[in-house]
Ligand binder design. Structure first.
Ligand SMILES: [Mn+2]
Length: 196
């Protein structure tokens, strides 16, 4: 059984092509047009051990809002497709991840109920030319399309780059654990309701 998905999505704002393998080696090729977002998605794939190819031609002359949000929509859609009925998955995953002075807590439940609850205090408005408020836009869109319940807390941190990078790494690690097959229940849907 391969757990892969590919997504093509074109709007008047972005055109995205994405391929995902949940059981990969963390190899990625990311070209969104936003260097910082490429950096974050590369880290995410690496720490999640997901193979991820993403190309986006977006309206970066406006800003990175549409590119960031639509990349997350495609990523969430791909996760949902690759997971199918979620049979056998661990479902929950969490990570407490230090990144120099920053410390990030991330807890994920692939519940089917998409909800992001985040409390980050990112001290600057920009990292490079990336608007830091887009971090929340990414997570909200990912959770909604993937059916992911995600909490991210910043327990420490002063550097915006470190805080956001820590969060993407923690997300990768948490999702790696959550999508992993639970060998003790590999044929079961991990819900007492029988459906996720
Ligand atoms: Mn970095």
């Amino acid at each position: 059984m391969t757990r892969t998905a590919s997504v093509e999505r074109t709007t008047k704002e972005t055109s995205i092509s994405l391929a995902l393998n949940l059981d990969g080696r963390g190899e990625s090729s990311i070209q969104t047009g936003c260097g910082f977002l490429d950096h974050m998605l590369t880290l995410f794939a690496g720490h999640g051990r997901f193979d991820l190819t993403l190309t986006c031609a977006g309206d970066c002359e406006v800003d990175y809002h549409h590119t960031t949000e639509d990349a997350a929509i495609c990523l969430g859609t791909a996760f949902a497709q690759a997971l199918g009925d979620k049979r056998g998955i661990t479902r929950y995953g969490s990570m407490l991840l230090p990144m120099d002075e920053a410390l990030i807590l991330c807890a994920a439940d692939i519940s089917g109920r998409g909800l992001y609850v985040g409390e980050l205090n990112i001290p600057t408005q920009k990292v490079g030319d990336f608007d830091t408020e887009l971090f929340d836009e990414f997570m909200v869109a990912l959770c909604r399309t993937m059916g992911l319940n995600l909490h991210i807390r910043q327990l420490a941190g002063k550097n915006s780059h470190h805080i956001i990078e820590g969060a993407f790494k923690a997300l990768g690690r948490a999702l790696r654990a959550a999508v992993a097959i639970d060998l003790a229940a590999a044929n079961e849907i991990p819900s007492t309701k029988g459906v996720l």
